[in-house]
Design a protein around this ligand. Structure first.
Ligand code: ZN
Length: 250
């Protein structure tokens, strides 16, 4: 991953309200995700965490300026994220920052702003088994990932998923209840890359599962794109005189 700078954002509510979630994620969901990224790139990634209740939710302009990929986990407190910070995230993505939106973060302010739709879906908290099918095996996010990953127990997310047509769908999930879901979707927004990945319900130990941790690391690397190699685009007035209507060609 080179010297990739990743910020993992988590609202950090479930872990402090529900002892069962705290037992699964003693360092917070953000801590588990950060651990997965470090595990897969021990030398080349700098991971920082930010949470909802910090000033500006921890997402100052300075931090985002120094972030190549922002990973977002939120569920209970989407409305508590300020519009100002959501807009700041959107602007940074348009200028090239990668954005990985996990689980219920599909409904977060930054994701909805970036996709422009409601991003709603069917859901059911039961004891469904999820089969995560890799349908784009040559995609970088699928590198080293099995054709099918079994999540023994997970919340069901089902279609219809109110998202724009993705640029690429890497994973589709099937649930024991019969539902299906586009569980790994890629988008380009401005100069930035966005990946939606649905696994990650807080009462199931999804982010401790090795296959899922690999997908998270791959997703962050993909979302970074060639960010380290190019300057961000900006609004520029084009010089005149490059094209003269009526000038003879050839
Ligand atoms: Zn959930």
């Amino acid at each position: 991953m080179g010297n990739l700078r990743v910020t993992v954002w988590n609202e950090w509510r479930h872990e402090r309200q529900d002892p069962a979630v705290a037992a699964l994620y003693p360092d917070g969901i953000h801590g588990a995700i950060a651990g997965a990224l470090r595990e897969h790139s021990p030398d080349g990634v700098v991971v920082r965490c930010a949470t909802l209740e910090e000033p500006e939710h921890g997402l100052t302009a300075e931090l985002l300026d120094a972030t190549d990929v922002l990973v977002w986990w939120g569920h209970l407190a989407h409305d508590e994220v300020s519009d100002e910070v959501a807009e700041r995230v959107q602007e940074h993505v348009l200028r090239g920052m990668g954005f990985v939106s996990l689980h219920a973060a599909a409904l977060s302010k930054p994701t909805r702003r970036l996709l422009g739709t409601g991003c709603t879906f069917l859901w059911r908290e039961a004891n469904d088994r999820e089969l995560l099918w890799t349908i784009a095996p040559s995609h970088p996010i699928a590198r080293g990932v099995s054709p099918v990953t079994v999540i023994p127990r997970h919340e069901m997310y089902g279609e219809p998923f109110d998202i724009p047509e993705p640029d690429e769908v890497v994973f589709i999930s099937a649930f024991s209840g019969g539902e299906v879901f586009r569980s790994g979707c890629c988008y380009r927004r401005g100069a930035g890359r966005v990946f939606l990945f649905s696994p990650g319900h807080e009462t199931d130990p999804i982010y401790t599962q090795p296959e899922i941790r690999l997908i998270l690391a791959n997703a962050v690397e993909w979302a970074a794109g060639d960010r380290l190699l190019r300057p961000p685009p900006s609004l520029q007035h084009a010089p005149s005189g490059w094209f003269e209507p009526g000038a003879a060609a050839g």
